[in-house]
Design a protein around this ligand. Structure first.
Ligand SMILES: Nc1ncnc2c1ncn2[C@@H]1O[C@H](COP(=O)(O)OP(=O)(O)OP(=O)(O)O)[C@@H](O)[C@H]1O
Ligand SMILES: [Mg+2]
Length: 310
């Protein structure tokens, strides 16, 4: 047996020391004591992380990042509605990955009163499951990982760490088998927070609002995805979701332009503008439960079906 320190093991397995510690905590790795230091067996590291790489090629958990660097396009509305609909039939982890804490609020929690958040997982090495909030039913299978303004400090606090862009993926590795879906609500930026979500993702949904600037913004996102594919090579092309559509000429021509340019990568069901969306946010209740018969809630039901079938 050849014993390695935690940091030597992390280098060998190409993961962070947090991941090695999480594996030890959850009894997936044996820990040995030598001269008051925690050590692990080199052979065990190779077999555990070698197998994990193989498993990553055929993931069973679908990790869906909802991303667009443009603000106010419908990311949070989409993430909350999809998580709520999918959690009726699947176990879902909804991750608020935005310092604005809008997803946390939409599920009825005050971001400013959360002391265990995604930030604690990134910066304080808190095991991810210790930041989970189990949302009371309905729906029956929904867990929230909340965020607040602390997260805005992330880049500064983790600067210089090795494997920076893989921190969320590593944290999820320890719990993903408990969830069929992980839905990540990204901030309106392409910074380290979004990069972590894109690296952890197995799929990406890009909500696009019906403004003339939206399609131009997609170009930058596509360039970022090219970069992300260097560390997440299996990431498929993003699915585009037309949001807040209207029966106006401008809205219809923008939607048509998206369908011409991106073809089957655009969801068949667009999400129309509806007054129930802001009222669901104000009521701190997911739209599919707040106004299930509204045309926007019905659209999100259909979008969820497209997600389930594809
Ligand atoms: N289909 C819709 N109909 C009407 N209003 C909508 C719809 N979708 C979103 N909105 C409203 O638009 C605003 C922005 O939506 P949302 O917060 O989901 O966007 P976002 O992309 O997450 O924003 P940010 O970039 O700030 O995170 C909110 O006030 C929301 O209520
Ligand atoms: Mg948002």
């Amino acid at each position: 047996m050849e014993l390695l320190t935690i940091s030597e093991a992390a280098k060998l397995a190409d993961v962070t020391t947090t991941t090695i510690r999480n594996y030890i905590r959850s009894d997936k790795l044996t820990v040995y004591e030598k001269a008051n230091r925690h050590m692990v067996d080199r052979g065990e590291i190779l077999s555990v992380f070698g197998l994990k790489r193989l498993a990553a090629v055929t993931p069973t958990t679908r990790v869906i990042a909802i991303a667009n660097q443009k603000g106010g396009v419908g990311k949070t509305t989409t993430a909350v509605a999809l998580a709520a609909v999918l959690a009726r039939s699947s176990s879902v982890l909804a991750i608020d990955s935005d310092p604005q804490g809008n997803m946390t609020q939409a599920f009825g929690y005050d971001p400013d009163h959360q002391d265990r958040t995604l930030y604690s997982v990134y910066v304080d090495d808190l095991p991810i499951s210790q930041a989970f909030i189990k949302i009371p039913p309905p729906p029956p299978n929904l867990t929230l990982l909340p965020s607040n303004l602390d997260l805005a400090d992330l880049s500064r606090r983790v600067a210089g760490r090795v494997g920076l862009e893989g921190l969320l993926r590593n944290a999820l590795d320890t719990v993903s088998e408990n969830f069929q879906f992980v839905i990540i609500d990204c901030p309106p930026s392409l910074d380290m927070i979004t990069i972590n979500a894109l690296v952890a993702a197995t799929e990406i949904i890009v909500p696009v609002d019906m403004s003339v600037f939206s399609v131009r913004g997609m170009v930058k996102l596509m360039a970022t995805l090219q970069e992300v594919r260097k560390v997440n090579p299996l990431l498929p092309p993003p699915k585009i979701l037309p949001c807040r559509t209207e029966k106006t000429t401008v809205s219809q021509s923008i939607e048509e332009g998206l369908r011409n340019k991106f073809g089957s990568s655009v969801f068949r069901t667009p999400v129309p503008r509806g007054k129930d969306v802001p009222s669901a946010h104000a009521a701190k209740s997911p739209l599919p439960f707040h106004a299930p018969r509204s045309k926007t809630a019905q659209a999100y039901e259909a979008v969820a079906q497209e997600v389930l079938s594809g």
